[in-house]
Write a protein that binds this ligand. Structure first.
Ligand code: SF4
Length: 355
């Protein structure tokens, strides 16, 4: 059977997908074969077995799926990888808690999901009977590896995907599809390298990053302030500095990130949490309703009021905020032992300089 010359080819369909992806606001879009094994397959298994994931038990649960898209979509042929630039300039408003840039505006899962839904509809137009599955960050796939396979960037010693246009200030999302497409492949010449640079390793206050391109998540400030639901280890508290939710230090220091460009995505530009947070406001919140009213739609919701107040106590102690002693003293009496203990620690830290 001969092909109708008017029928779009695999190449033109792939091009069409990529053009549509950038039209709806993705920074980049490339495609890799679903059957290409991710480079860090063994590495990831070792990382989990060494308990580097801390309390993130979902990573253990997802482990069998992470390296095999066919476990997610049985007839998976291709993975369409997209990136979204989230960089925001930091507005320094003084002696308060800092928020990682990705969490300044609306929750990126929601933003990504909306865009991936649009892209998925486009795929359904191009391949009417296609089966697809899509994920944004939360997906059970080693997405940075697949993004590297697709030539979107390379993975640096800070364990981030570093892209040629936006550095590591990108989020990754993907669609798995049961259709053959035209594939990209990794080309080192299009990317930088870390080489002898170790800036991110040196700047990390908790020494979470290792020179072998790995991270001990249990030491990472992002993990400690978001995923960790219990007490923050006492020896790590002074090292958290003023980070109240997440941390950008290993990205801010990276020479590849001097090419950053502010995101044009309106959902990231309209600050919900903003880049700094008023510690007094957080420590004074008394109900989940107040917390939800302030942070609905923001990634901050992940920490819950309890986690955010715990973090705010640590930052108040680190910043020696004497003006917060009255509210911290009240929190020392909290029925929640987690809050009471962190408030107690903060009071003692502040009193070290006042006594
Ligand atoms: Fe690589 Fe240096 Fe960037 Fe770290 S700071 S990711 S070592 S280039």
């Amino acid at each position: 059977m001969t092909q109708d010359i008017n029928e779009p080819t695999q190449r033109s369909k792939t091009e069409n997908i990529k053009q549509f992806a950038t039209k709806i606001g993705f920074a980049d879009c490339k495609v890799t074969r679903a059957s290409n094994r991710p480079k860090s397959e063994k590495f990831y298994a070792d990382w989990i077995s060494q308990n580097n994931h801390g309390e993130m038990s979902y990573l253990v649960k997802h482990a069998p799926l992470k390296t095999n898209p066919k476990q997610i979509l049985p007839n998976a042929k291709s993975i369409i990888l997209t990136t979204l630039n989230y960089y925001q300039p930091r507005i320094n408003q003084g002696n308060n808690g800092q928020i990682a840039r990705y969490a300044n505006g609306r929750d990126y899962h929601k933003v990504f999901k909306k865009k991936l839904t649009e892209l998925d509809k486009k795929l359904n137009d191009l391949f009417p009977n296609a089966q697809t599955r899509f994920f944004a960050d939360s997906g059970p796939l080693l997405e940075r590896d697949y993004a590297t396979n697709a030539n979107l960037g390379y993975i640096g010693k800070n364990t981030m995907l570093i892209t040629p246009k936006y550095g590591s200030w990108v989020l990754i999302g993907e669609i798995i599809i049961d259709q053959e497409l035209e594939y990209d492949s990794f080309n080192q010449l299009e990317h930088g390298v870390c080489g002898t640079c170790t800036r991110c390793i040196s700047v990390c206050p908790t020494k979470a990053l290792k020179s072998d391109y790995t991270i001990d998540a249990k030491l990472c400030i992002s993990y400690l302030t978001i995923e960790n639901k219990g007490p923050i280890p006492i020896e790590l508290r002074p090292l958290m500095g003023d980070w109240v939710f997440g941390c950008d230090l290993c990205q801010e220091i990276c020479p590849h990130n001097f090419r950053q460009k502010p995101s044009t995505e309106p959902n990231f530009n309209q600050a919900i949490a903003g880049s700094q947070i008023d510690l007094q406001e957080i420590l004074s919140m008394q109900t989940e309703e107040q917390f939800v009213a302030r942070f609905a739609g923001s990634p901050i919701m992940r920490a819950k009021l309890r986690g955010l107040q715990r973090n705010a106590c640590v930052v108040a102690g680190n910043l020696k905020r004497k003006d917060l002693l009255p509210i911290l003293t009240q929190l020392q009496q909290s029925e929640d032992i987690l809050i009471a203990e962190h408030a107690d620690w903060a009071v003692q830290e502040i009193q070290k300089i006042t006594n």
